[in-house]
Write a protein that binds this ligand. Structure first.
Ligand SMILES: Cc1cc2nc3c(=O)[nH]c(=O)nc-3n(C[C@H](O)[C@H](O)[C@H](O)COP(=O)(O)OP(=O)(O)OC[C@H]3O[C@@H](n4cnc5c(N)ncnc54)[C@H](O)[C@@H]3O)c2cc1C
Length: 263
């Protein structure tokens, strides 16, 4: 299944296109796996040392390709960068969710160890945030869609920024919340960060404000509470499309709605 990037914000695409014209096209390079962390039963953080890194912007992604038995060429997939570009961008972290029956993600999430090497190429993408875009921000994610938002939040913390960010994060249950402890710690530490969970398969769990899939009412409530001027949506295509419509119906400028579909 191939990957697609949707971005309603043309300004952002143009910026990235301009910088892409100046910067040499990314090339495949061999990165060493220097860290493997099991985040949830199905999601794993891979930390890679990239030998010839290009500075990236939070929200961007790399392509990773691996050889697959029976396929004449390596198979590539896109993976968002979870780490911040500051203070260093030569070590890049990914959050890979194992998709049952998939060609690439089960190998990355379950069969990759420290010392292995992976072919990577990047960074890519116009789904980006840095301080020049301002806020307040509403970040809407389901499952591994939280990955680029970790880069944005970690970046804002590393830079000492003070831009309000409200993360709405849909997970199956508490056990499946990626970056669970880090998000709790960050929310306790940072005045500008609010994290709202919704658990779709854990009715009544006290750690979650909502217990259903992301829907119109939820997005409307959190848009009002966060007073968001910008929204970023990342995850399964149906969820992303629903949120785009809701946010624009609520009056948000389409130029301020950024979307990334993982399909
Ligand atoms: C910009 C971008 C960033 C992304 N970032 C991340 C990220 O940070 N983390 C992350 O986990 N994912 C991310 N993704 C998704 C990722 O790129 C892959 O799509 C995902 O990992 C699945 O790849 P796969 O090779 O394992 O599965 P695939 O081989 O693509 O299969 C996907 C699913 O389709 C099913 N399938 C395949 N072939 C068939 C068939 N013939 N009939 C029926 N079913 C079939 C498989 O069983 C599997 O469930 C991102 C996608 C995009 C576009």
């Amino acid at each position: 299944m191939e990957s697609e990037v949707i971005n309603l914000n043309q300004g952002s695409s143009e910026e990235t296109d301009r910088s892409a014209r100046k910067a040499p096209a990314p090339k495949w390079q061999v990165a060493e796996v220097i860290g493997v962390i099991a985040e949830t039963p199905e999601t794993t953080t891979l930390r890679l040392a990239v030998p010839e890194p290009t500075e990236f912007v939070s929200g961007q992604y790399y392509n990773i390709r691996i050889p697959v038995e029976g396929r004449p060429r390596p198979i590539q997939r896109a993976y968002s960068i979870a780490s911040p570009p500051f203070p260093q961008f030569d070590v890049v972290e990914f959050g890979i969710k194992e998709m049952e029956g998939g060609l690439v993600s089960p190998v990355l999430a379950k069969k990759t160890a420290v010392g292995d090497t992976l072919e990577v190429r990047g960074p890519y993408g116009a789904f980006v945030w840095s301080e020049d875009k301002g806020g307040p921000l509403l970040l809407i994610s389901a499952g591994s869609g939280v990955v680029p938002f970790m880069s944005m939040i970690r970046y804002a913390k590393a830079k000492g920024l003070n831009v309000p960010m409200h993360l709405l994060f849909s997970s199956k249950s508490a056990e499946y919340v990626i970056y669970s402890q880090e998000l709790k710690d960050l929310e306790a530490e940072l005045d500008w960060l609010t994290v709202t969970h919704t658990f779709t398969r854990d009715p009544g769990h006290p750690g979650s404000r909502y217990h259903r899939r992301i829907d119109k009412e939820m997005v409307a409530e959190l848009t009002a509470e966060s007073q968001a001027k910008l929204a970023y949506i990342c995850g399964p295509p149906e969820m992303v499309e629903l949120c785009e419509v809701v946010l624009i119906d609520l009056g948000m400028d389409p130029q301020n709605v950024y979307s990334e579909k993982y399909d």
